[in-house]
Design a protein around this ligand. Structure first.
Ligand code: MSP
Length: 521
């Protein structure tokens, strides 16, 4: 049975405010999914929402709503956020959906029967804000708990625990033997350091139902609901199960659909996540999967965090970037371009409005936009908008950059891939300066040379559209329409030289990225 390429994002807390950090992660995953599809793979892209937990329960009740009503309202905003980002996700999971809850319960039952859990009494401190138990290690030198934990309460309660003590050795071994499992390398080293220098505490996987009702009921003991992280991580397999994934179905003890057998999704090829939730994905999730008898994801790809003007994003201080406002003002592709071009996957990034405007004006409007505009305007002026006979002068330069971009896309080096693509943009702009078609046009003796130059320019523009499609799908489509092509630039194979048919009448020419007039001071 064949396997589809499967890429996921973290599922956002439904009661959070969608910001540039969420948007960045989803855009990266979208570019990866589109790039794989363009390269010929069948790719499945999953994103969604994490909807259970005490905070949701409390806020919903304070607003006089049921938690489900409250989540349903918030989910509308998040779904439209995904649409505004141009995401090509194949499904959108909500952890309150029956298809997800069933999978969580099936897993809990199986692991319970297999003896992975035990019940014990906990006495200690709990942060509702972070939905986590605290130990003395979490205290500040003065004995108090950091403000980030919010109100900390003392608890004395029964819960179920997942035995983790025997799991540490194989996990260390696995991470060491599979260098690509956690990327980038410094995150892998961070996890290895953590695992080698600490003894894993058993994981509390329930919360008592008398304290928290807004969770998935534990199937073998209805006095408890499932801990949100155990619930949330399962989304990566509950949705494949719902799509008839045979690998997951057999681990869950359900019947894979025989009437409509699906190529498998699991194991995920890439989980895209932020640095703050690495431990959940690189420690707890692999241990849960191994217990279920499922293979581990091929890669956990960890991105850094965005700040604005060198400061943490914060709604309270007003230091925020509202992706929707940026998209409304500058267009979706300008937003997608800036976040991917500005920040490689790994380090932290810093949003500045000046940096955004600079990249818009210089890289999008002046370099890419003008290249297309100049090339097509000259074709209109000198050749009535009809593509001349084929010429291969820039074919070797294009082939080199196409190969380089392909390799970078295959390694998910998205920022470097954009740099590579812009080296072709620069090459073509320089070609215009060097060949000076506007001078050639003045002398009919140079007609053949002018034909060559114009063909090379439109063909480079066409190839650029193909290379750009995973990043800037709307712009790439517009470029194709302006070139007079009716199909989509969504197949990487079309980056081979010579796709622009001679005799082709080009379409209407309009600026891709209009320069904004700056208010005069
Ligand atoms: N619900 C959990 C994830 C469960 S995954 C099984 C969660 N949600 S979150 O809404 O807090 O964060 C979602 C993602 O956004 C995480 O990967 C997180 O790292 C990312 N980001 C949140 N703030 C961010 C920035 N300022 N910058 C970049 N990404 C950030 O954690």
């Amino acid at each position: 049975m064949s396997k589809r390429f499967y890429v996921t994002t973290a599922i956002d807390y439904v009661n959070g405010e969608p910001h540039v950090g969420h948007a960045y992660e989803k855009v990266i995953a979208d570019v990866i999914a589109r790039a794989r599809r363009s390269l010929g793979a069948e790719a499945f892209f999953l994103t969604g929402l994490d909807e259970h937990g005490q905070k949701i329960q409390q806020t919903a009740l304070s607003k006089g709503k049921s938690p489900q009503e409250y989540c349903d309202e918030l989910a509308i905003t998040w779904k439209s956020f995904a649409a505004r980002l141009g995401l090509s996700n194949d499904d959108f999971v909500r952890t309150t959906e029956p298809r997800h809850k069933q999978a969580v319960q099936a897993i809990l039952s199986r692991l319970h029967t297999a003896g992975y859990f035990y019940k014990d009494t906990y006495r200690g401190f709990y942060s509702t804000k972070e939905e986590t138990f605290l130990t003395d290690k979490d205290r500040l030198p003065d004995g108090s708990f950091p403000a980030s934990y919010g109100e900390v309460t003392e608890l004395f309660e029964d819960n179920y625990y997942f035995k983790l003590k025997d799991q540490q050795a194989w996990l260390i071994d696995y991470i060491e033997k599979n260098p690509g499992f956690i990327s980038p390398d410094h995150r892998r080293n961070e996890m290895l350091g953590f695992l080698k220098n600490n003894t894993l505490e058993d994981l509390c996987i329930t919360r008592p139902a008398d304290r928290l009702q807004w969770g998935i009921p534990v199937p073998f003991d209805t006095n408890f609901v499932t801990y949100v992280w155990f619930d949330a991580l399962v989304n990566y397999v509950s949705i494949p199960a719902a799509h008839g994934d045979p690998v997951v179905a057999s681990a869950l003890g359900s019947q894979p659909s025989t009437s409509n057998p699906q190529p498998s999704l699991w194991p995920a090829d890439i989980h895209v996540i932020g640095k703050d939730i690495l431990k959940f994905h690189a420690v707890y999730w692999p241990i849960m999967l191994k217990a279920m008898g499922l293979p581990l994801p091929k890669q956990i790809l960890v991105h850094g965090w965005w700040q604005k003007n060198g400061e943490k994003l914060s709604k309270t201080t007003g230091n925020i970037v509202d992706p929707i406002a940026v998209i409304d003002e500058w267009g979706l592709d300008a937003f997608r371009f800036y976040v991917v071009r500005e920040l490689a996957i790994g380090p932290d990034g810093n949003w500045t409005d000046e940096g955004f405007e600079m990249r818009y004006e210089s890289e999008l409007a002046k370099k890419l936009g003008n290249l297309l505009n100049r090339s097509l305007s000259m074709l209109n002026r000198y050749r009535t908008g009809i593509t001349p006979v084929r010429s291969d002068e820039l074919a070797p330069a294009a082939a080199k950059i196409v190969a380089e971009t392909r390799a970078l896309l295959e390694q998910n080096e998205l920022q470097a891939a954009l740099q590579s693509i812009w080296s072709l943009v620069n090459h073509a702009n320089k070609y215009i300066d060097d060949t000076a078609p506007f001078k050639l046009a003045k002398d009919p003796a140079h007609a053949k040379r002018l034909d060559e130059v114009l063909y090379n320019l439109v063909e480079i523009c066409r190839i650029l559209a193909v290379l750009l499609w995973p990043f800037l799908p709307g712009t790439a489509e517009k470029m194709y329409r302006q070139l007079g092509l009716n199909n989509s630039p969504d197949q990487f194979a079309a980056s081979a030289w010579g796709g622009m048919p001679p005799g082709q009448k080009i379409g209407d020419v309009t600026p891709l990225f209009p320069i904004k007039e700056k208010p005069k001071v």
